[in-house]
Design a protein around this ligand. Structure first.
Ligand code: FAD
Length: 323
């Protein structure tokens, strides 16, 4: 079997996990083996129906009250123990913060290497992988020696595709033996920031603002446009560092990776650390005074001029079009 770790919230897997399952299914097919999943934490036992369409034949539900809340080392230990007991041909996870952390712990316990952010995997000894490096700005070919090979898949690099035929996703309970020391780090409390409307990660339209916006107040016109388009507002690091937007709104290497249908980048130059966060956008509209800025050069469309005039004008046109 190829075993895939599912990152989820209360039984709802995130998109990155479905993308990891898609890559894992391709590998399982090449190896002529089954696709299994492992789900840990609150709501994990309800995950089957969401991942069955991706061809999962068995879902290993880790049943342990101590692991209901996120505990990276202990979760990793559960995966390591399941792998030791079942001898999977590969262990795969999503390249989310949790996916990377949990798989790294599992690999350390198994004393195996882990390759992060792989977009291609070809079976063999050693396994051949192609992976994202430098914030997805270059592709590296590597040979992965591991028993089992362990790897993660970067979010939004591949699409999530359902299988031709769904799997049974039969629930199998797994009870790991968790040592107390593995629970040194665990989530004790969760504080959620109240975001109105659609989240930046999942938004189909994102309106991003950078230094050109000029102030916290300046973001109002971006919010108005995002509201009209049913989208979310984000920003460059300049916008978050200046306190114009909360850190959660940062797009980029050290922020959120977005994958909307349309990214409207207003007053953002297009530094590499920003571009790696928005490279998943299907289309980009740049609004900038500088026709030589990277964002303008790389965008599908650009409007040259002052965003303080252009953004409200677009909002107005959208309102008119909506009647
Ligand atoms: P600038 O580069 O200053 O660009 C401002 C743009 O606005 C210019 O193109 C200008 O022509 C245009 N402009 C100005 N006035 C107007 C106007 N009135 N109308 C229209 N256009 C106007 N950055 C991120 O964004 N995300 C990250 O995750 C991130 N991580 C980083 C990690 C590291 C380790 C480092 C070193 C840097 C990181 N950065 C990140 C910072 C990054 O290098 C850039 O400094 C930053 O993205 C620049 O933000 P900006 O485009 O808003 O500002």
């Amino acid at each position: 079997m190829v075993l895939t770790f599912i990152d989820h919230v209360d039984g709802t897997p995130n998109e990155a996990s479905l993308q990891a399952l898609t890559l894992a299914r391709g590998l399982a097919r090449q190896l002529g083996t089954e696709l299994h999943a492992i789900a840990i934490g609150s709501g994990a036992d309800a995950i089957g129906s969401s991942i069955a369409p991706y061809g999962v034949s068995t879902v290993h539900h880790v049943a342990d009250e101590q692991l209901e809340a996120y505990a990276p080392e202990a979760w990793g230990s559960s995966i390591a123990q399941l792998a030791s007991a079942n001898g999977p041909e590969a262990v795969i996870g999503p390249g989310t913060e949790r996916g990377q952390e949990v798989l790294a712990h599992a690999a350390a316990e198994l004393d195996q290497p882990m390759a992060a952010n792989c977009v291609e995997v070809t079976p063999g000894e050693p396994v051949h992988v192609v992976r994202h490096q430098w914030g997805s700005s270059l592709l590296e070919e590597a040979r992965l020696k591991g028993d089992p090979p362990m790897l993660t898949v970067p979010p939004h690099a591949l699409g999530a595709q359902a299988a031709d035929a769904p799997g049974d996703a039969q629930l199998a309970t797994f009870e790991p033996a968790i040592e107390e020391r593995r629970l040194r780090v665990r989530v004790s409390d969760v504080e959620t920031t109240q975001t109105e409307g659609v989240s930046l990660k999942e938004a189909e339209v994102v309106v991003g603002g950078g230094r050109g916006v000029g102030s916290e107040d300046g973001f109002r016109i971006l919010e108005e446009l995002a509201n009209e388009l049913g989208g979310a507002v984000g920003g460059s690091r300049v916008a978050t560092n200046n306190g114009w937007r909360p850190h959660d709104d940062q797009i980029g290497l050290t922020g959120t990776k977005i994958a909307p249908q349309l990214y409207i980048a207003a007053g953002i130059s297009g530094a590499v650390q920003h571009m790696v966060g928005c490279k998943g956008a299907k289309h980009v509209l740049a609004i900038n005074t500088d026709d030589e800025s990277t964002m303008v050069q790389k965008a599908d469309w650009a409007i040259l001029g002052d965003l303080h005039e252009i953004v409200p004008a677009i909002t107005e046109e959208v309102r008119k079009a909506k009647g």
